[in-house]
Design a protein around this ligand. Structure first.
Ligand code: NAD
Length: 485
């Protein structure tokens, strides 16, 4: 039987078992064709309450299991992502509009996230502390309890599993709320893998839904930590609600990342690097290169090469043709992209490539002559748009790169690596890549943005321990402590 057999999940959520939730169903739509592939159950606040209660009851026994058994479940999950990669890839292509290479990146990374999470389990649990008293004093990591994971549509599998896997490994129960538009590849796939991997009942629940379902996760008293990936606007609301309920929220938000191109950069390669940064997955990536800052002496050649590349990239249905770009997720997203491009052109920017669309297929677009007042330069577009702006010296490059509410990723192209590193020191971002574009992710690396991009590195490697555990101070004496009264 296929892992993702719709007979198991069609019209359902997973709240202990696969069951029709109280919010009815939502269509699972293929953006490339508009076809309805199936329907998924919509979970309401009521369903979230039931799931949170069940998760809280199941969590202590899961945390008490020998660490070797928790690690084994995570390793099996990693193996299952590999064994069922082809089937999951197909959903990532059809439901999320991914090209096959991006879909493969997701399944490979999902497996890697599970293996890394399995390895977390055997790390030391804390430290022995000095104490002025005759006692043993320890700082010990304990699970947070129930963790709520809220994920977006764009890289649905990775952005869910990168929180689900480490949170489970560290002894937590998890409520996963994928975006309704990608609830199969970002939700059903994760749930089914852990079911088959032998995760005990009620330790993971799948609650597809919209903002109200997410808000219910944040307010559920049993949920102690929220791991949110999405827009800055929604993240602000989640952070405020979490503060009200006195719980921790890890917020991974939007970006408008810069790629700085110094005069000594290899321009032949730069067109491909830059195109990948702006056009990978139709620009629907938080780390997308949203601003190309290019030294004035090479800007004409850079634009010419990038525009040539953009004009040649095939755009179409990734399930049927070999394309570089698939569809954007829906008409709302496409209209937002086009409005930002159009307003920029109306304000004086020039289209060097693209700026047109058919259905949900937006042509890779290169804009020149942009200023602070060009919306496609100043705002996060979340589409395949590469605005190019020039600078004349390094101070100006620093000022332009830093002039954004966001702080996610930064790329610098230069033959002088040390100069690139020194430049990066002056620009506040969570991620820096010298001689690479801005879109990079590895399960072992700390990931996260600063300022409007979020609350810092809360994913990847050791950052996961910080994110999904609490620290308990424990002391022990051989005899009862004496006191003056
Ligand atoms: P979004 O914020 O609208 O939705 C993200 C998720 O949050 C969805 O599951 C949604 O249902 C839920 N949600 C929305 N409002 C909520 C609320 N008030 N309370 C609780 N949950 C709520 O984001 P989107 O437009 O679907 O995704 C694109 C955005 O995500 C972009 O801004 C992008 O930069 C960002 N993103 C960031 C990262 C990162 O790691 N920093 C990664 C991918 C995407």
């Amino acid at each position: 039987m296929p892992l993702l057999d719709p007979a198991l999940w069609s019209g359902k959520a997973s709240i202990g078992t696969w069951t029709p939730p109280t919010g009815g169903t939502a269509p699972v739509v293929e953006p490339a064709t508009g076809d309805v592939l199936d329907v998924i159950g919509v979970a309401t606040a009521e369903d979230v309450q039931v799931a949170a209660g069940r998760a809280a009851r199941a969590q202590p026994a899961w945390a008490r299991l020998p660490y070797t058994e928790r690690a084994a479940v995570l390793r099996r999950a990693g193996d299952l992502f590999t064994e069922h990669a082809e089937e999951i890839r197909q959903w990532l292509i059809r439901e999320a509009g991914s090209i096959p290479g991006k879909a493969s990146f997701e399944t490979v990374t999902a497996a890697q996230e599970c293996y890394e999470a399995a390895a977390l389990v055997s790390r030391p649990l804390g430290e022995v502390l000095p104490s002025a008293e005759p006692r043993l004093s320890l700082a010990r990591r304990v699970p947070a309890g129930v963790v709520g994971v809220i994920a977006p549509f764009n890289v649905p599998l990775v952005l869910g599993i990168r929180s689900v896997a480490p949170a489970l490994a560290l002894g937590n129960a998890v409520l996963l709320k994928p975006d309704l538009r990608t609830a199969v590849s970002g939700g059903v796939a994760v749930m089914r893998v852990f079911e088959e991997a032998g995760l005990p009942e009620d330790v993971l629940h799948l609650l597809p839904g919209g903002a109200a379902t997410g808000a219910a996760l944040v307010s559920a008293p049993q949920v102690r930590v929220i791991s949110f990936t999405g827009s800055t606007a929604a993240g602000r609301k989640v952070g405020a609600a979490a503060a009200e309920h006195l719980k921790r929220a890890h917020l991974e938000l939007g970006g408008n990342s810069a790629l700085i191109v110094l005069p000594d950069a290899d321009l032949e390669r730069a067109a491909s690097t830059a195109a990948w940064g702006s056009f990978f997955h139709q620009g629907q990536v938080c780390m997308t290169t949203g601003r190309h800052l290019v030294h004035a002496s090479i800007a004409d050649e850079y634009v010419e090469r990038l525009a040539h590349k953009a004009a040649q990239l095939p755009v179409g249905n990734p399930d049927k043709e070999e394309v570089a770009l698939g569809p954007v997720i829906d008409a709302g997203q496409r209209d937002k992209i086009h409005a930002l491009v159009t307003a920029s052109v109306d304000g004086g920017a020039r289209l060097a490539a693209g700026g047109t669309y058919r259905d949900l297929f937006y042509r890779p677009t290169v804009l020149t002559g942009v200023t602070d007042a060009s919306p496609a330069y100043a705002e996060e577009v979340f589409g395949p748009v590469a605005p190019v702006r020039t600078f004349t010296d390094l101070d100006e490059a620093v000022a332009l790169a830093s002039a954004t509410p966001y702080g996610l990723s930064l790329g610098i192209l230069t033959a002088d690596v040390m100069r690139g590193l020194e430049l990066a020191e002056r620009i506040p971002t969570g991620l820096v890549h010298i001689n690479d574009q801005t879109v990079n992710d590895e399960a072992v690396a700390p990931f996260g943005g600063v300022a409007g991009s979020g609350t810092g590195a809360r994913f990847g490697g050791a950052a996961n321990i910080e994110a999904f555990t609490e620290t308990r101070w424990i002391t022990a004496r051989s005899a009862q402590a004496p006191y003056p009264f």
